[in-house]
Design a protein around this ligand. Structure first.
Ligand SMILES: [Zn+2]
Length: 326
């Protein structure tokens, strides 16, 4: 048996300006496409989420995107584990957001609620945590922590200026951090600006949000807003069992309707010997969005393959690699 887990499938989604590796044997992952003769280059994004203080290997790339739930409950020691891992990764730019588990980062809520969660470890000090996220060590490692903020960066000199907006919120769920009432979602989501990349902790309704209980708790308001924002890439997580990726072509004749897509639409059978390669058609000029639920915590049907021991970032739950043409 080879050293690598034999249960990696081969799932690739391709369109003229996007290539997505949903599942791959790490040692066989192709490099990003070469530049065009006119010099137009590609940027490789490596998407992770819901890593909850676990460390695992992810492919190299230009940009690491983390969609929140960096930790279990946001203690100082949780953050130490997560940040040591992130500092050690090779990506020159690492854009990260919080999720409902990163309790301490929602400072105002934490003041009120910390005893429910941290009665045994005591109230955690936000100062060393912010130092880990924004201090000199973080800056040296290329970490950019976004909390309802926009950030712009270039990967290549004279290349595209990428814009990204990151938001840690998700709809109400047993009063955890960064939760919003569904009725007040509009107030929050209407402030999301138009950017190339959108990072949210929670997924949109009906886009990789199906739970083990067949609920679809993704945000309806975010779903409607996506028709207006149409980013090149939207990365979320939160619903671990809904890990997946899809390239959507926006059709103006259909009022820019968002997709209805869950991971079993893509992965289909559990026959691991069958590679899946999806060519996404459509006019080169049409706008497309790569939708990713990047959760790396193995849960649900994808985690129950024959012979596969579920591991963080392992078969079915790898970092999703997204190459975008600049
Ligand atoms: Zn979450």
């Amino acid at each position: 048996m080879s050293k690598e887990n034999p249960y990696y499938r081969n799932i690739v989604l391709k369109s003229p300006r996007e290539v997505v590796y949903l599942e791959y044997t790490p040692s066989l992952l192709p490099p990003k496409p070469a530049a065009d003769p006119d010099g137009t280059r590609w940027t490789r994004f490596v998407c992770v989420s819901d890593t909850h203080s676990r460390a695992f290997s992810v492919p190299d790339g230009d940009v690491l995107l983390h969609s929140g739930d960096l930790t279990n409950t946001g203690t100082v020691s949780d953050f130490e584990k997560t940040m040591q891992w992130l500092y050690g990764l090779p990506h020159p730019v690492k854009i990260i957001i919080a999720g409902n588990h990163d309790l301490t980062l929602h400072t105002e809520w934490y003041e009120r609620e910390y005893e429910r969660f941290h009665w045994n470890v005591g109230k955690q000090d936000i100062k060393p945590i912010m130092e880990m996220l924004k201090g000199a060590r973080a800056q040296k490692a290329g970490i950019v922590y976004l909390e309802d903020e926009k950030y712009e960066f270039k990967v290549h000199e004279n290349g595209k200026l990428w814009s990204v907006f990151g938001s840690p919120w998700s709809p109400e769920f047993f009063n955890w951090a960064f939760n919003y009432e569904r009725e007040t979602a509009e107030e929050l989501v209407s402030k999301f600006p138009k950017t190339d990349i959108l990072l949210t902790h929670g997924p949109a309704h009906q886009i990789f949000d199906r739970t083990n209980h067949d609920d679809l708790p993704g945000c309806q308001t975010l779903r409607a807003r996506l028709s207006e924002l149409r980013p090149r890439l939207h990365v979320a997580g939160h619903i671990h069992e809904a890990h997946g990726a899809h390239v959507h072509v926006w059709d103006p004749a259909d009022d820019f309707a968002p997709p209805i897509i869950q991971n079993d639409d893509i992965v289909g059978s559990t026959n691991v010997d069958e590679p899946i390669s999806v060519e996404v058609g459509g006019d080169v000029g049409l706008e497309r969005t790569v939708f990713v639920n990047a959760a790396n915590w193995p849960m649900g049907a994808l985690a129950r393959r024959d012979g596969v021991r579920p591991v963080f970032g392992g078969p079915g739950f790898q970092a999703v690699v997204v190459d975008l043409k600049e």
